[in-house]
Design a protein around this ligand. Structure first.
Ligand code: KG4
Ligand code: ZN
Length: 348
């Protein structure tokens, strides 16, 4: 089966062609156009994102088809992100996908963006398939899931406030770094002198006496950590000189928290694989920390390459293919939603 994937939920216009069945899927093409304009404003401006998708989408789709050497008539289905995200931005992709699928006489399937992130790693690592523990860390979401099988997602924990990527972006802003801040914070932290331990922030929501039945056993919270960074910046006599030490201390606290919660989930469910996804999975310090902690316990860590960790249409086509193979498809009244739970949640 050949599926065209379309992703327009935030500030990337992306299209991709995948071909295959089951877990044997080949990526034929992937085009990602990142909207650079938002850097001027230090964050995504929704109306500008929608307008940029309108101008970019047709050429991006045409490029994806041409890179894949696939004619429109050879497509078997169209998969499109329809939730969650910026509604105006999502609507551009959804309207296009419905019209395109209707014109070709093939099914259209709406895909949940976070379910897409769950499938991304499997495109590069054939062994990143269920059962596994999943940590999805993006600019808008932080989700810890136990994945028994594709389509069966047990939500263990989530953020109570800021998402992990959002915390990186806000801390970057406090330190005077450009948007999106994650890569800049990671780079600054890496440049910090090894012995520079002047700053240390407490690990949010991590206590030794927590039990699996406690509501905060798996949940995370990063707004207090952000405030701790703000206070450190305010009390610093030279932010310029302290930037690396503060960035490093922030990243240490955030990563320690994510590693601890993920370790709890893998141990509790006896999983031998952990799959990371979302833009923050680009953070090599996070991936290394997961490996250092979990590999000695026999748990393998799978992280996508940066191109598949951040928003892309290949992961949407992959999740769409899974649903299509189960006989599911959307109707032409498919709509876009700013928020929606991942389909397939099973009781915790
Ligand atoms: O998944 P994504 O591309 O978009 C959303 O769905 O939100 O994630 C974007 C987020 C941004 O917050 C960005 O700062 C973060 O991923 N990010 C990173 C790194 N690269 C991107 N965070 C930490 N370290 C990185 N190297
Ligand atoms: Zn995303």
């Amino acid at each position: 089966m050949r599926v065209l994937g379309i992703e327009t939920s935030c500030d990337e216009t992306s299209a991709s062609v995948l071909e295959g069945r089951g877990d044997e899927v080949a990526q034929r093409s992937l085009v990602i156009l990142s909207q650079d304009v938002h850097r001027i404003f230090g964050g995504v401006v929704p109306e500008m994102a929608s307008r940029a998708h309108v101008t970019a989408l047709v050429p991006v789709v045409e490029q994806a088809l041409s890179d894949a050497a696939v004619a429109r008539a050879d497509l078997d289905a169209v998969a499109v992100t329809n939730a969650p995200g910026l509604v105006g931005a999502l609507l551009v992709g959804v309207s296009f996908a419905k019209a395109f699928a209707f014109a070709l006489g093939v099914p259209v399937i709406g895909v949940h963006h976070m379910e897409g992130h769950l499938f991304a790693t499997a495109l590069e690592h054939p062994e990143a398939v269920p059962p596994f523990t999943a940590l999805l860390v993006s600019g808008g979401h932080t989700l810890l899931l136990d994945v028994e099988a594709w389509g069966q997602y047990r939500l263990l924990g989530r953020t109570r406030d800021d998402a992990a990527g959002e915390a990186f972006d806000k801390v970057a802003k406090l330190l005077g770094l450009p948007y999106p801040g994650g890569p800049h914070v990671e780079r600054l932290a890496a440049e910090r002198a090894g012995s520079d331990g002047r700053f240390r922030f407490s690990r949010p929501m991590v206590r030794r006496d927590q039990e699996p039945t406690d509501p905060d056993f798996y949940d995370v919270s990063f707004s207090g950590l952000k405030t701790a960074v703000l206070n450190a910046v305010k009390s610093s006599s030279s932010v310029e000189a302290d930037r690396g030490a503060i960035a490093g201390a922030f990243q240490d606290a955030l990563i320690d928290t994510l590693v601890e919660k993920t370790t709890r989930a893998a141990r509790q469910f006896g999983r031998g694989r952990v799959v990371l996804g979302g833009g923050v999975a680009c953070n090599q310090t996070l991936v290394r920390a997961m490996r250092d902690r979990l590999e000695p316990r026999g748990v393998r860590i799978f992280a996508p390459s940066p191109r598949l960790a951040t928003d892309n249409a290949a992961m949407i086509a992959r999740a769409g293919l899974f649903h299509l193979e189960r006989g599911e498809q959307s109707s032409l009244d498919l709509n876009a939603f700013a928020s929606q739970p991942i389909p397939g949640f099973v009781a915790a």
